[in-house]
Write a protein that binds this ligand. Structure first.
Ligand code: ADP
Length: 207
């Protein structure tokens, strides 16, 4: 694992984003990248696996959503999920889904929130109709894998958001199952407020 100091960029212009994304950011009222955004986005756009240490409310969602949205194939080219975002709770899944939708304003993007406790029939229909990005909780994602309703052959990016919290809750087996089901040649982005040994071990095994 390499640790590198990354100089923070001052503006979204320096991040070499598409005009569509810049319009979305302006519409969302984002004027300047937050520290996690300015550090993570360039590395993620280069296809690297990245561990980002950042607390809740620091703009993590845009940090991983922007590189994903910028690199998605269109739904006509690929109807199966290309990116999976794993989050610890239903509330966070909804929140991340909403924020990603907001940033995808200029793109025709299908984003599915697959959270536990929610109607599975609707989720199955959504997956069947074709989605590009999936945001879900480990249990429900695992459930969809078992039902074979969640296809992972075309996944090129997996995000583990709030990884420390997910491991604290005891989601390690489900997370490992999801990671093992995704192609080996993929990008993995791990976001965590703290980096205890459990998180480091997960990163060493799968990144
Ligand atoms: P988290 O780090 O918990 O994922 P969010 O990504 O949800 O946090 O960001 C917290 C809030 O800050 C959200 O309302 C989001 O829209 C806003 N936000 C994120 N990045 C920026 C930015 N660069 N400029 C202004 N607001 C931002």
């Amino acid at each position: 694992m390499n640790q590198i100091e990354i100089p923070e960029v001052e503006s979204f212009e320096e991040l070499d984003l598409s005009p569509v994304m810049r319009r979305s950011l302006a519409k969302a009222g984002f004027e300047k990248p937050s520290p996690i955004q300015s550090q993570l986005i360039p590395l993620a756009m280069d296809g690297l696996d990245v561990i980002g240490q950042a607390r809740t409310g620091t703009g993590k969602t845009a940090a991983f959503s922007i590189p994903i949205l910028e690199q998605l194939d269109s739904l006509e080219d690929c109807r199966d999920p290309q990116a999976i975002v794993v989050v610890p709770t239903r509330e966070l899944a909804d929140q991340v889904g909403r924020e990603a939708e907001r940033l995808a304003w200029g793109y025709p993007t299908e984003i599915a929130v697959l959270a536990g406790g929610k109607n599975i029939t609707r989720q199955l229909r959504q997956l069947n109709n074709g989605v590009q990005v999936v945001v879900g909780t480990p249990g429900r994602l695992h459930d969809h894998l078992q039902r074979r309703s969640l296809r992972t052959d075309n996944v090129w990016c997996v995000v583990l958001d709030e990884a420390d919290r997910m491991l604290d809750i005891g989601f390690r087996p489900q997370i490992e199952r999801i990671l093992r089901k995704c192609p080996r040649k993929r990008q993995t982005l791990l976001l965590s407020a703290t980096l205890p040994t459990s998180v480091q071990r997960l990163a060493e095994s799968y990144m």
